[in-house]
Design a protein around this ligand. Structure first.
Ligand SMILES: [Zn+2]
Length: 233
């Protein structure tokens, strides 16, 4: 069990009910305490302004004036130089902290998971793996800034991965490529397009989603959720 002091790295707020361990530059992990109380109720974020994070640590700093996820040095943040931001995190540890932040803030770690890990591996896109009740959210380096541009994108990809694949894993459903992968993706894609965050995901995110997951949906679902992006694909 790892309940190590976050050492200033963890996002503020709701991590109080979690242990936290930093494995390496590529990992951020929380372990859910079995007796942990129900987390604070998630804000409905529809009207939230944008989010700024410390580019060196991933610490959440506060809100600015757009919907994007932005990275900035703490000094520039403190000095109000909000124009000195970048769209991509400095390293994979910072990137892991951003996914961890949104997973915690919007309660996107399945209740029956014993823990959650956020990890940058050599993969394209995202995936979810499972071992002994602990879910791992794997992401492609620089997924934030390229495919995930605003917080709704980050929330939505977590809904797909943890909210569908993660729950399937925890329920003991076996993933067999070529046999039931279509159903896995169908469930996950339906989860993401029916989630409240879908409406405000970026155009880039919607186009990617259509490109990779559109084929899993029914024609009426494609018409409802993707049709207007088809011309851009
Ligand atoms: Zn998937």
């Amino acid at each position: 069990m790892f309940f190590i002091d976050p050492d200033g790295m963890a996002p503020i707020g709701s991590l109080a009910s979690y242990g936290f361990k930093d494995f390496s530059d590529s990992f951020a992990e929380v372990e859910r305490r079995e007796e942990s109380e129900s987390s604070e109720s998630s804000e409905n974020s529809e009207n939230d302004p944008p989010d700024y994070f410390d580019k060196d640590t991933g610490e959440y700093l506060g809100k600015g004036d757009t919907d994007e996820i932005r990275f900035i040095s703490k000094k520039d943040w403190n000095d109000g130089k909000l124009q000195n931001y970048s769209r991509s995190p400095n390293n994979s540890k910072v990137e892991a902290m951003i996914y961890l932040y949104y997973a915690e803030k919007y309660d996107l770690i399945p209740q029956n998971a014993k823990g959650a890990m956020f990890c940058c591996k050599n993969i394209n896109g995202w995936s979810t793996s499972h071992q002994d009740g602990i879910l791992t959210f794997n992401f492609e380096r620089n997924s934030i800034g390229l495919g995930v541009l605003n917080r709704f994108d980050a929330i939505n990809v977590l809904v797909h991965e943890f909210g569908s694949h993660g729950i399937d894993h925890l329920n003991g459903i076996e993933y067999i490529r070529g046999v039931n992968d279509h159903l896995w993706e169908y469930r996950a894609t339906r989860a993401e397009i029916n989630h409240w965050s879908w409406h405000d995901t970026s155009k880039t995110y919607k186009i990617d989603s259509y490109k990779y997951y559109g084929r899993y949906l029914t024609k009426p679902e494609i018409k409802n959720f993707y049709k207007k992006y088809e011309a851009d694909k």
